[in-house]
Design a protein around this ligand. Structure first.
Ligand SMILES: NC(=O)C1=CN([C@@H]2O[C@H](COP(=O)(O)OP(=O)(O)OC[C@H]3O[C@@H](n4cnc5c(N)ncnc54)[C@H](O)[C@@H]3O)[C@@H](O)[C@H]2O)C=CC1
Ligand SMILES: O=Cc1ccc(S(=O)(=O)O)cc1
Length: 483
């Protein structure tokens, strides 16, 4: 049977697909079985230089295309993605590992993000000022900032690439995209949809290869006027430092380590079910993932029992199987990280309620894991876990739990479960996080900005703010009389 996975993976530069011929290659692995499914060409110095030339060359025409015409092209891209969704979802599952239904869900959010940005691009309004004299018009315009370098990780490659591409293109910017080498084909297919929809040659380019080489060349180039990155704090810090040396604006969406505070006035089983669902989504490889569970001492035993039983019953397997609820980790680094977090916590006295081990010898499967009696010094309580390991801790008082929840240097998302209004309001006020879920878990939304606090990021993605990040304000003072 012919595989749906593309037989050739390619860079895209100046409107031309550039395959492996004459380039070195890197392997793409199916995380469900560890087998190679593709060979990805590595960009050469010449490819990077050509991408810079082409993104600069395409900028004048694309930035002067009206927002209404750009809207039509972007909406056509969204429609093509919808038409091709079954193929795209399969490709995403084969290279990322997530269950097919989750890949379909990610594509829904891709489409929503593109449609939102297409519309929002038409609202890049300026302002008119009361003039300093009768014959003057004084106003500001929003102008696209220039060619953009966008870097996307492997955990939600379709959604994160689509949001960056759509916001930049809708604002009138041209783009060089550096997708993840782990999940290249889904990004290639997204780009194909934009190109088939009418995005002109050079306006959207794709480079794969050695990430540090590509980012250094792009950020240092005078062509690139804006950098957008999603990934780890360590790499984000590196890229932001380089960008600051060239005085270039950045948008950084980095890690999270979300506390979940469960008070003693809730339906314990119901809350445990919601927590298990969101914690093990994408095998815990989500920056918004709930990753530190603080449960009131009065309900902790019952909560832990329910949570561990539900975690244990999750069907873990190949994302291509229709009954799979949790797929493998995406790569060997995450598998080793999961093993190391559990081992570190165990050595410091933690109890493994369920899981704790790799499943099988093929692929990167790790059992949904629940830890209790976790020492505060354990690495899993300060480093972003990004794996299916859930530490459950007890608390006694509100002030104590807020202090513990705020003790890490990440401030992306946070969650609390309570039926007392004043507790909910106090939590939302005192928690140090950009995103607060009270009695529910909500993934990011196209029309809502998220701006990570502390080390979790710089600038916003999503909402009008997400587009504004690709715009620059120009002031014009015009004398309306002959001179
Ligand atoms: N915010 C998020 O959604 C993500 C957070 N992470 C965090 O990063 C940790 C490590 O995961 P990794 O995949 O090893 O993360 P990483 O930060 O090393 O890689 C993430 C992405 O950045 C790219 N990258 C790496 N070095 C780069 C460089 N010098 N220049 C440009 N791009 C570069 C990679 O190709 C990848 O696509 C995870 O445990 C998690 O904490 C990882 C992926 C996504
Ligand atoms: O930055 C990574 C990222 C952002 C959002 C989401 S989701 O909204 O929770 O799906 C996942 C990853």
């Amino acid at each position: 049977m012919k595989s749906i996975y593309p037989s050739e993976l390619a860079l895209f530069v100046g409107g031309e697909w550039r395959g492996a011929k004459g380039r070195s290659v890197t392997a793409v692995i199916n995380p469900a079985n560890g087998q190679q499914i593709g060979q990805l060409p590595v960009a050469t110095e010449a490819d990077i230089a050509d991408a810079l030339r082409s993104v600069a060359g395409a900028f004048p025409a694309w930035s002067q295309t009206s927002a209404w015409d750009r809207d039509v092209i972007l909406k056509r891209a969204a429609a093509l993605i919808d038409e091709r969704r079954d193929t795209l979802a399969t490709i995403l599952t084969l290279e990322n590992g997530k269950p097919l239904a989750d890949s379909q869900g990610e594509l829904d959010r891709v489409i929503e993000a593109i449609l939102y940005c297409a519309e929002e691009g038409k609202r890049a309004y300026g302002r008119v000022f009361p003039p300093r004299s009768r014959l003057l018009s004084q106003m500001t315009f929003k102008r696209p900032v220039g060619p953009v370098a966008a870097f996307v990780p492997w955990n939600f490659p379709a959604f994160l690439a689509a949001r960056k591409i759509a916001a930049a293109l809708a604002a009138g910017c041209t783009v060089v995209l550096k997708p993840p080498e782990e999940t290249p084909a889904i990004c290639i297919e997204l780009v194909r949809a934009f190109v088939d929809a009418g995005v002109p040659a050079g306006a959207l380019n794709v480079l794969f290869g050695v990430p540090a080489q590509i980012s250094e060349r792009l950020i240092a180039s005078p062509v690139i006027r804006k950098i957008s990155f999603t990934g780890s704090v360590a790499v984000g810090r590196l890229l932001a430092t380089m960008a600051s040396q060239h005085l270039k604006p950045v948008t950084m969406e980095l890690g999270g380590h979300a506390p979940v505070v469960v008070f003693d006035d809730v339906d314990v089983e119901r809350v445990a079910r919601a927590c298990v669902g969101f914690k093990f989504r994408n095998a815990g490889q989500v920056c918004m993932s709930p990753s530190r569970f603080y449960v009131h001492a009065g309900i902790a035993a019952k909560f832990t029992e329910c949570f561990a039983a539900m975690a244990k019953s999750l069907r873990v397997g190949d994302g291509m199987a229709s009954d799979t609820q949790m797929g493998p980790l995406n790569n060997e680094r995450r598998l080793r990280a999961a093993q190391s977090f559990v081992e570190d916590a165990r050595q410091r006295g933690a109890r493994i309620e369920t899981g704790g081990e790799r499943i099988g010898r093929e692929g990167y499967f790790f059992a949904p894991t629940v830890l209790t009696q976790v020492a505060e010094s354990s690495r899993i309580l300060s480093e972003e876990p990004f794996c299916p390991v859930a530490p459950i801790m007890l608390f006694e008082s509100f002030d104590e739990v807020i202090a513990r929840a705020n003790s890490v240097n990440l401030g992306l998302s946070s969650y609390a479960f309570t039926n007392r209004l004043e507790r909910a309001a106090e939590f939302a006020e005192r928690i140090e996080a950009a995103w607060v879920g009270i009695n529910n878990f909500t993934p990011q939304l196209a029309d809502v900005p998220i701006e990570g606090g502390k080390d979790s990021g710089l600038g916003s993605e999503g909402g009008p703010e997400g587009l504004d990040a690709y715009l620059h304000t120009r002031f014009v003072s015009q004398l309306n009389t002959a001179v």
